[in-house]
Structures are given as structure tokens and as C-alpha cells.
Design a protein around this ligand. Structure first.
Ligand SMILES: Cc1cc2nc3c(=O)[nH]c(=O)nc-3n(C[C@H](O)[C@H](O)[C@H](O)COP(=O)(O)OP(=O)(O)OC[C@H]3O[C@@H](n4cnc5c(N)ncnc54)[C@H](O)[C@@H]3O)c2cc1C
Length: 370
């Protein structure tokens, strides 16, 4: 197996908050290593009015990881299993055929033919585009900075509000001796919005006041279900395949989980011809495991993206009510949001009475519309 990587070092540069569910790692058989920087037991939600609501079940729900170190640990395992790494080498094109040919630029320039190409080349995937697997290019824009500052070590702080993160949210989390602050937005310039979050947000600006910025990055999060997963002798995994949680954009667990499914199917397919028919079980396995999650999550996001700050305040404020908090904590799963969404929708009329019938109908409409 040959791995083509455009950068000089696996894992760098990384643009990721590094929050990954503990159960997800367990399911994947990945033991926490040196790359764990923190353990999260609590979420503190700040609605636009900034009256925080805390959610916790008292146990470790997620790890904050050093993403570059984590990726390098996986790369070392791949190298031990025989993978050859071509670093500082960029794939600029892919020609499909009986033996697909990758056009490379960089240290190992030239052409490389392969029996099977796995596009794991992130949200702007050259492989997805060249192989005609891109159905839509919709994505969220994100920006993140690392500060020398301290916040609550065991809590992920999540900030909502249209003026700071329209259509998504901001986050603040301790990652070892730095603090990561970032946001995603459906519209606008994410870097400008991050500057505004850090300097003007009434809570975030106080927490980060005087802290030195160590680095800033921008990135994008692809929309789930925006790409086909395979064609003759090509398959996609991770962000290249749009394999992220629709509500939070987290893609580390889902990408790895789908990569496992891809590896099983690819191994079988390579025993004969890895044509589309032989690779299709991969697309089916992903649909079986995550299809419903993607669909429900996208509908919930569609409703969420349309919420005014006033409505967000009412809805997120409900998390402070004992019955709603109990329902959320009972049904919450860090990596699978379907059960939580279904339980909230079932209780929507009762829980959301405060929103008024017209607005309940408006949001429920987005939730039920395919
Ligand atoms: C700001 C931000 C914060 C995030 N926070 C979280 C989080 O807390 N938890 C979480 O689970 N997810 C998070 N995500 C999402 C997560 O980072 C992605 O889902 C994850 O990185 C996807 O991994 P991947 O390997 O598929 O793609 P990538 O991490 O994008 O890796 C793709 C690799 O391919 C290489 N590459 C790309 N194109 C080429 C080419 N043409 N030729 C050669 N090499 C190429 C790149 O250099 C890179 O090494 C976040 C995303 C952003 C933007």
C-alpha cells in the first residue's frame, strides 16, 4: 500500500478541536495513548443570552486529543504493516480506467498506477472530484485558535448565537496547556467571526483576555451525504466522503469507523476485480450504520440553522428544566445523535410549548421534511 501525503509530516498542519467520544475509541479498539491531552466530563452550553446550562453524567464522555500526534500514531502502525509513505507529494489528478492513474506533483512527482484508489484526502478531495463522486460542494466554514490560557479542564464550552456563529456554534476547550477556541459558520468570514468571538463575546473575551495566541487555522466541514462513496476501483473515506456528524461536524470517529468498513470490503474486492459492484457493499454498510443518523441530523441542523437568537434562547434554556435535562442525559450518545433527536421530537409539543404553536410547526416542518 502506498500513502500519498502532500505535507512533509503526517498529521501536520492539524485544524481540529480534537474532541472525540470515549465510547467511539472503545468501539474502534483504540486505546488512549500519549496523544490524550484532556478528559471531558461536562458540557457547558451558553445560549445567546449567555445564561449557561451545565450537562453532565459524571463520567468521562470524551477525550481532547493532540490530533497531529494521534494521526502519527496511526501512520506508524500503517508503516509497521508495510505501508510506504510518499511525503511532500500531492495528487493533482486521477484518471479512471482498468488501472486508475494518479498524477503526482512534489518530491515523488510523475504518475502512479493502482489497483484500487482510496480517497482519504479530506473535505476538498481531489479524488472525489476527479472520480465524479462529488454530488454537492456544500460545507461549513471554520476557524480555530490556540491560546495560552486556562479554562475548565473537564468541560467543553459551547457558545450559540447568530452574531458570533450564524448557523453553527463556537467552542472553548482546554487541550493540555493551551486553550482551543473556535467556531463554525454557515455564512460570513470565519476568521473575522473568530476575532469577534475572542474580542467581543461577553464570556469568551473575559476568559481569554491577555492570553497569547499560539496559532490560528481555518478549515471546512463537508456536508454529510454530499458524495457518492465508490465507483470502479475508487472509494472514499473520512471527510472526502462527507463522513461527519451533521450536528457537530465531528468526523474523527465516523471517518475511522467507515474506514474500517471500507478496509473489510476492499480486502475482499482486491481478491478479484475491485469494480463498483465489488465495492458497493461498502456504501451499503455505511448506510446501514450511519444513514439514518445522517438524515435525521441533517434535518435537525436545517431547523437549527433557521432559529433566531430568541428561539435558541427559549430552546436551549429548556435544558435547565429538570425533565428536559433528564431526557437529554438519558438519550445522549456522543457519537450517535439519532436517539436524542427522536426523543426530543417525540416530546416537542410538550417541551416547546413556550415557543408557541406557529414556531413549533415551523421547526417541526424542517424536521419531518425529507
Ligand atoms: C476547526 C475544526 C475543528 C474540528 N474539530 C473536531 C473535533 O473536535 N472532533 C472531531 O471528531 N472532528 C473535528 N473536526 C472534523 C475533523 O477534523 C475531520 O472530520 C477529520 O480531520 C477528517 O479526517 P480525514 O483524514 O478524513 O481528513 P483530513 O484530516 O483533512 O486529512 C486529509 C489528509 O489528506 C492530505 N491531502 C489532502 N489533499 C491531498 C492531495 N491532493 N494529495 C495528497 N495529500 C492530500 C492532507 O494533507 C491530510 O493529511 C473539526 C474540523 C475543523 C475544521
Amino acid at each position: 500500500m502506498v500513502v500519498v501525503e502532500e505535507h512533509g509530516e503526517v498529521g501536520n498542519p492539524a485544524c481540529c478541536a480534537g474532541i472525540v467520544g470515549a465510547k467511539g475509541f472503545e468501539e474502534l479498539g483504540i486505546k488512549p495513548g500519549r496523544w490524550v491531552l484532556g478528559k471531558l466530563r461536562r458540557a457547558v452550553i451558553y445560549p445567546p443570552s449567555n445564561q449557561p446550562v451545565e450537562l453532565t453524567r459524571g463520567k468521562v464522555e470524551a477525550f481532547v486529543i493532540d490530533r497531529a500526534e494521534f494521526d502519527r500514531s496511526l501512520a506508524k502502525e500503517a508503516a509497521r504493516a508495510g505501508a510506504i509513505f510518499l511525503l511532500k507529494t500531492r495528487c493533482v489528478d486521477l484518471k479512471l480506467g482498468r488501472e486508475p492513474i494518479l498524477k503526482l506533483r512534489g518530491i515523488e512527482g510523475g504518475e502512479l498506477s493502482a489497483r484500487l484508489v482510496v480517497g482519504a484526502d479530506g473535505p476538498t478531495s481531489t479524488v472525489a472530484r476527479s472520480a465524479g463522486l462529488l454530488k454537492s460542494n456544500r460545507h461549513l466554514k471554520c476557524a480555530q485558535a490556540e491560546f495560552v490560557a486556562e479554562t475548565q479542564a473537564d468541560a467543553a464550552e459551547v457558545y450559540f448565537g447568530r452574531s458570533f456563529a450564524p448557523g453553527f456554534f463556537g467552542w472553548l476547550v482546554q487541550a493540555g496547556d493551551v486553550c482551543r477556541v473556535g467556531l463554525g459558520c454557515a455564512e460570513g468570514n470565519p476568521l473575522q467571526m473568530l476575532r469577534s468571538l475572542v474580542k467581543k463575546h461577553p464570556v469568551v473575551s473575559k476568559k481569554l483576555a491577555g492570553g497569547q495566541v499560539l496559532n490560528v487555522c481555518v478549515g471546512i466541514i463537508p456536508k454529510p451525504l454530499s458524495r457518492r462513496l465508490c465507483t470502479d476501483r475508487v472509494l472514499l473515506v473520512g471527510d472526502a466522503a462527507g463522513q461527519v456528524k451533521p450536528l457537530t461536524g465531528g468526523g474523527v470517529y465516523i471517518g475511522l469507523s467507515c474506514a474500517k468498513l471500507a478496509a473489510e470490503v476492499a480486502t475482499r474486492a482486491l481478491e478479484a476485480e475491485p469494480n463498483e459492484k465489488a465495492l458497493r457493499p461498502y456504501a451499503r454498510a455505511v448506510k446501514d450504520k450511519f444513514g439514518r443518523e445522517f438524515e435525521l441530523g441533517l434535518r435537525a441542523r436545517r431547523a437549527f440553522e433557521r432559529m433566531s437568537d430568541e428561539d435558541l434562547d427559549t430552546i436551549l434554556g429548556l435544558l435547565g428544566r429538570d425533565d428536559v435535562k433528564k431526557l437529554v442525559l438519558k438519550n445522549f450518545d456522543f457519537d450517535h445523535h439519532g436517539r436524542l433527536i427522536r426523543s426530543l421530537v417525540a416530546k416537542a409539543p410538550e417541551i416547546l410549548r413556550e415557543l408557541g404553536l406557529r414556531r413549533i410547526l415551523k421547526y417541526t416542518h424542517y424536521l419531518v421534511k425529507p
